[in-house]
Design a protein around this ligand. Structure first.
Ligand code: ADP
Length: 733
């Protein structure tokens, strides 16, 4: 893009008042959004008000609407639910109630509202905005406010953020709370799997989501469930037979455990509910399997928000304030959301209407349409699930005579096994013979390669580390031997899963202690992603990374900032340091510097996270990202194999014969490695340009440092993205 960076110094909130409220069902991460709105609002010199108890507080007024300070939102980032309360409010559905709410806002000069809630809450907000001038006139007629107030507060700006664990809102890839809910679900599934393995059981798991099948579908993908029921994709007539056949086939293959996931809104093709009890009875009656039902219920809303939700909500909150500052009387109410890794603004009502369209489509039995309206990410999940869960009989599979090998390289990373599973199964579906290489390039050179089948990768999605084995050895010294192996085994294509430095997102919390600064060292080689994003998710005061060099003056400024902070009610500091950010300013050095300078004010603790970051079971995000990206890669390999096949040979002599598949902005892109060479800093093993660096200022703003924030990349109002052929080809995650 050729536009100039635009910094928000020109966007001032002076004289403006912003109200923030949470409404409808609660969701983990709502607090992170509230915190970001408050701090960004105060940062741009606006006044910010909490509206307690959702719309009820707005209607009731009084102590329910209070101005807040920077410190009011400290230590809430890691708390689940919403600290300002949420409620369902009948009176806001009436004009009388909204009239009272308008009066309460005008009294405090609030003409900007951030509403965090589901589609109901956002519909209410939009109605309120449309009625606003009428409401003010009525208040003036009744003598409750004067004509000056009517003019002064003539426009109400509204921006919404979708907080809902159901992920049922059109136009957004993820809503606040969905990822945390998935964490809860997957924790339960993982726990159930260990007990069920010992007993040969079938588990029917019911998950939330109202009329949306997202949670069920993605949970099914993340745990490799045998069957999933969702409202958008009802099973075909006769599903009872096909399901029982599948379950008994699995048993025959010595699979000890069957998992069936049922969305709470699941229906059959005649719009009749499919309940978990009904599914259980069927399995018991027809197959006689020991079958248990688990209904997850409110567990899914509980617990601390995931790192993803905290970052998502923080980014949305900042973006929401920017949207309010930029709003003119002509801009429609918008929702801020994230598409891929980009912040976008979408017209609120278009999204609400489309969300309602999905319901209508399902009610009328137009299920293909319902899936399409849910968006390309949903559709992609469904297609991937269909591709990976059911193996077609051998006779129905195509035969290509291509041999494709899969191997892991670099450090083991959570999600690698999910990627291998997807590659193997998609490869088999495409008709190839699939091979697994053990222990990376080194193993390959030694001939450690064997054919791998559909069943071999069953249950791999949830496993940490690399089951195939991985080595950090580079292929250079083995090239000839590897070439020999390629020849001997007649390998036509190679899929490499791994990278420079990869590991799962870290989780960090340090709270409760008084006057203490924690200094945490994260992994990542020279890449500061984990330190930076970890800092954003944990609400850290500083993050030292290689990509943004720092000197003694900066360290001094940080120490002074923390000393000042200890004088306020927030007596806790958190500093992240990426392992290779600076060879001399080591973690020990920083620890000693802070300890000395902080004497008498705060004490310090340090913690080197080390290999713990690579361990454990993969998060739902990593499982699904690994699965989907790998499925996509294998489909692409198949296409290329067919395109370049001539006279019994595969020609791999063009730039795109070696590609890296990755996410760029909103799309998945296959990029020739030859091109990547120019974009890579090989000495430090990182890309020369890192997209997440633009989030650096955000962390600093939320930690109260003065900084400038480039808003040229923030969302401009767009229309709800529907399919275009190009998008379909590059594909969303
Ligand atoms: P969610 O926001 O999670 O979808 P609800 O649909 O229950 O939850 O909406 C939460 C609150 O938003 C309602 O209790 C009501 O106060 C308000 N609200 C919802 N729909 C409307 C509407 N059409 N008009 C006015 N207010 C509404």
């Amino acid at each position: 893009m050729d536009h100039q960076p635009k910094f928000f110094e020109n966007l001032s909130g002076t004289g403006k008042a912003i109200g923030v409220l949470t409404s409808g069902g609660d969701a983990q991460g709502m607090n992170a959004a509230v915190r970001a709105v408050v701090r960004m609002g105060i940062y741009v010199k606006a006044k910010v008000y909490f509206v307690y108890e959702g719309y009820q507080g707005m209607v009731d007024g009084g102590d329910n609407i209070v101005e807040v300070s920077w410190e009011s939102v400290s230590s809430i980032l890691q708390v689940g639910g919403t600290v300002i309360g949420s409620a369902r409010c009948k009176s806001f559905r009436t004009r009388e109630g909204r009239l009272q709410a308008a009066f309460n806002l005008v009294q405090r000069g609030i003409t900007n509202l951030c509403v965090i809630g589901g589609d109901g809450s956002l519909t209410g907000a939009n109605l309120f905005r449309e009625e606003w001038s009428g409401l003010l006139e009525e208040l003036a007629q009744k003598g409750k406010i004067d004509e000056d107030a009517v003019k002064k507060y003539a426009y109400l700006n509204i921006v919404g953020m979708v907080g809902s664990i159901d992920n049922d809102f059109c136009g957004t890839d993820m809503t606040i709370g969905t990822d945390s809910a998935l964490h809860r679900i997957i924790e339960v599934v993982d726990a159930i799997m260990t007990t069920a393995q010992s007993h040969q059981r079938t588990f029917v798991l019911e998950v939330m989501g109202r009329h949306c099948g997202y949670l069920a579908l993605v949970s099914a993908l993340a745990c490799g469930a045998d069957w999933v029921f969702i409202p958008e994709y009802p099973p075909e007539e006769g599903w009872e037979d096909s399901m029982c056949v599948k379950l008994s086939e699995n048993r025959a293959r010595k699979k000890r455990l069957n998992i069936i996931i049922v969305a709470e809104g699941a229906i059959d093709c005649h719009n009749k509910p499919i309940t978990s009890e009904k599914v259980k009875d069927l399995v018991v009656q027809r197959l006689g399997f020991d079958t248990r039902v688990t209904i997850l219920g409110h567990v899914q809303r509980g617990g601390t928000p995931s790192a993803f939700d905290r970052i998502l909500a923080s980014r949305m909150g900042v973006e929401a304030v920017l949207a309010l500052l930029e709003a003119t009387p002509a801009t429609p109410a918008c929702v801020v959301s994230l598409s891929g890794n980009q912040a976008v603004r979408l017209p609120l009502m278009e999204c609400v209407q489309m969300t309602q369209e999905v319901q209508k489509a399902m009610d009328e039995g137009r299920f293909v349409e319902a899936v399409r309206l849910r968006g390309r990410s949903f559709e992609n999940n469904l297609n991937t699930y269909k591709l990976l869960s059911h193996k077609k009989p051998d006779a129905e599979l195509p035969k290509t005579n291509f041999n494709v090998a899969v191997l892991n390289v670099g450090a083991p990373a959570a999600g690698m096994n999910a990627a291998v599973r997807a590659a193997v199964r998609v490869g088999i579906t495409e008709g190839h013979k699939m091979f697994a290489v053990i222990d990376g390039f080194e193993g390959f050179a030694r001939g450690k390669i064997k054919e791998i089948s559909w069943g071999d990768v069953g249950g791999w999605t949830g496993q940490g580390g690399s089951i195939l084995g991985t080595k950090r050895t580079l292929p250079a010294k083995y090239l000839e031997k590897i070439a020999d192996q390629m020849r001997t085994n007649n390998i036509n294509a190679l899929m490499v899963i791994g990278g420079f430095e990869t590991c799962d997102r870290i989780k960090q919390s340090a709270s409760g202690t008084k006057r203490r600064v924690f200094i945490i060292e994260t992994m990542g080689g020279y890449c500061g992603y984990l330190a930076n994003m970890g800092a954003l998710a944990a609400g850290a005061d500083a993050a030292y990374i290689f990509e943004e060099q720092f000197d003694i003056r900066e360290l001094q400024a940080n120490v002074e900032h923390l000393t000042e902070k200890m004088k306020t009610s927030i007596q806790r500091g958190l500093v992240l340091r990426n392992e290779n950010c600076n060879e001399n300013y080591t973690t020990d050095f920083i620890y000693q510097l802070y300890s000395e300078e902080g004497k008498g004010v705060f004490d310090c603790r340090k913690n080197v996270l080390g290999h713990m970051q690579q361990g454990g079971a993969p998060s739902p995000f990593d499982r699904n990202f690994g699965t989907k990206i790998s499925a996509k890669a294998m489909q692409w390999i198949s296409k290329k194999l067919k395109e370049t096949y001539r006279k019994g040979k595969v020609f791999a002599n063009t730039d795109d014969s070696v590609c890296l598949l990755g996410m760029r902005r909103r799309n998945l892109v296959f990029q020739p490695v030859a091109e990547l060479k120019t974009e890579t800093d090989f000495v430090h093993r990182i890309p020369k340009e890192q997209w997440w660096l633009k989030l650096r200022p955000l962390m600093k703003i939320l930690a109260k440092y003065k900084t400038s924030y480039d808003v040229s990349d923030s969302g401009q109002l767009e229309h709800v993205a529907m399919h275009s052929p190009k998008e379909a080809e590059t594909g969303a995650i």
